[in-house]
Design a protein around this ligand. Structure first.
Ligand code: ADP
Length: 500
């Protein structure tokens, strides 16, 4: 018992899964659409034809019986059958009628007494039925009992007599002398209908099979281009080819191919930039190590090295270690910035205080080269930002403005805001950036003047980190620079952080 239910548990979800897969496939949907479109008219036609046939057949039979019954009613009167039901001629006619329609005939006189029953069971009995009583007042009635399969008909036996009026008026009236109650079997109609029904069922089955075959043929024809595109995608995925995908059999596959080629192009670009980044990282990390090794080797290989040389080399090695440390720190910052903006730690921050703190930290470096550090705050600003990331971004800008400045130059930081954004402008009187280099300065490891940047401890990652941090805050960064005159960075950030 247990085993059985276990078996069911496994198969039921499988069947369900197969049903869902079938309905999700275009093939399955086409099959269902064709089935509905093909079979529903068949069902409607079958129903309409059968209904129509039944109505017509019942009408024809009723009118046949009615004609015969009326003729017979006249004969009954001629033979005074209601008074004396012994007439063999009439009895034979009545039997013939009941045999013909596989039914029963009752002749009832005006006293509701059954004069003749072709079944011979109710003769002499009195019948009290609504239809018979109504019929005695001249109203004939037909009834079709579908469930029991017979037609019942009550027909008055009427005689035309002179009206009970003064002699000579010649008026005639109809007098009901009795009732003929005929019930006729409907079996032949039902048999014909069953046969029609069976034929319709055969037609429906043939239509069903045709639809199935058509679905197979249509789907094979329609899905051939999709099959091709899947094969082409598989080939790209398995690495057999890098060629662009082109299946021009139909417009849809052409569009899919184009879209995929665009995605592939972007993926290749990302892959190239990743590879370039990795090779840049390795190169940048190796450079200080190589310098340290050269310095250390020369100390090891030389004999009786004076202490001054030792001190000088060790100072250089310490500088290289510091440099390595800076590169690693910058890389870690960059990795953090590369994560989604969900990693932002947003809080209400006093931006004036934040900029002042940055300036205070960097002032000693500026003082060393006699660079004037000016801060102008046009209004108090509070904004929802990630304090750590924004500090890093603005520090990089101010630090660069000092680093790439001339002796006795100046750096001016201006903070302003409107009702939506705050702006931080960092302007310097430094070396400037050539116009053609401006579009590259945010790239990782990009330096305008490699040797100068290295000399002053640059890693080429600072602006990249700054840009990422600002974009995470849904802000913008713009640069204007004139070579030899100075550079002007403007950062614009929304006062309220907009989460997507
Ligand atoms: P680095 O660590 O080398 O400073 P950044 O990404 O911060 O790297 O800057 C990229 C390059 O842009 C720098 O190497 C420098 O040549 C140039 N640059 C950045 N800021 C300034 C500036 N204020 N004035 C002149 N050049 C700048």
């Amino acid at each position: 018992m247990c085993g059985q239910s276990g078996g069911l548990d496994i198969t039921l979800p499988n069947i369900k899964l197969r049903q869902i897969t079938f309905l999700r496939s275009l093939k399955g949907r086409i099959f269902l659409i064709l089935l509905v479109v093909g079979l529903i008219p068949c069902f409607i036609m079958r129903y309409a034809i059968l209904q129509n046939y039944e109505r017509r057949a019942v009408n024809v039979r009723t009118s046949d019986i009615s004609t015969q019954v009326k003729i017979l009613a006249n004969h009954l009167l001629t033979y005074h059958y209601l008074a004396d039901p012994s007439s063999e001629v009439i009895n034979a006619e009545l039997d013939q009628l009941s045999n013909l329609y596989d039914g029963r005939v009752l002749i009832i006189n005006a006293d509701l007494r059954i004069v003749k029953d072709t079944y011979g069971i109710s003769q002499g009995k009195t019948i009290i039925s609504e239809e018979v009583i109504r019929c005695l007042s001249g109203e004939s009635a037909n009834k079709y009992d579908r469930e029991n399969g017979y037609i019942e008909m009550t027909v008055p036996i009427t005689e035309t007599v002179d009206a009970d009026l003064p002699v000579g008026t010649g008026e005639k009236v109809e007098v009901v002398r009795g009732v003929m109650l005929v019930s006729a079997s409907n079996d032949s109609i039902i048999a014909t209908m069953n046969s029609l029904d069976r034929q319709a069922l055969v037609v429906e089955s043939i239509v069903g099979v045709l639809i199935f075959v058509m679905t197979l043929a249509v789907s094979k024809y329609l899905f051939a281009p999709f099959k091709k595109i899947i094969e082409a995608l598989d080939q790209v995925q398995e690495g057999y080819t890098n060629d662009p995908i082109s299946v021009t059999d139909c417009l849809e596959t052409e569009h899919i191919g184009d879209a995929f080629n665009r995605v592939l192009g972007r993926m290749k670009m990302l892959d190239d930039s990743r590879q370039e980044f990795v090779s840049n990282v390795s190169h940048e990390l190796r450079t200080p190590i190589t310098s340290m090794k050269v310095l250390a080797d020369s100390l090891i290989t030389q004999k009786d090295v004076p202490i001054e040389v030792y001190q000088e080399f060790m100072t250089d090695i310490a500088a290289e270690i510091e440099r390595e440390d800076k590169i690693i720190n910058d890389l870690l910052s960059l990795v953090k910035m590369d994560r989604t903006s969900a990693d932002l730690n947003i809080s209400e921050v006093d931006i004036n205080a934040l900029v002042e703190l940055i300036m205070r930290r960097l002032r000693p470096i500026a003082n060393r080269r006699d660079i004037q550090l000016v801060y102008e705050s046009l209004r108090p600003v509070t904004a929802s930002v990630d304090e750590v990331k924004l500090t890093l971004a603005l520090s990089n800008l101010v630090e660069n403005a000092i680093k790439y400045n001339k002796e006795h130059g100046f750096v001016k930081v201006t903070l302003d805001a409107d009702h939506q954004f705050f702006t931080v402008q960092v302007a310097d009187s430094g070396v400037g950036i050539p116009e053609e280099e401006l579009e590259h300065i945010y790239e990782r490891f990009y330096r305008v003047d490699k040797s100068r940047s290295r000399e002053i401890g640059g890693t080429g990652l600072g602006l990249s980190i700054t840009r990422s941090a600002i974009l995470m805050h849904r802000g913008t960064i713009k640069v204007v620079s004139v070579e030899g005159e100075g550079t002007d960075f403007t950062v614009k950030i929304p006062l309220k952080y907009i989460a997507v």
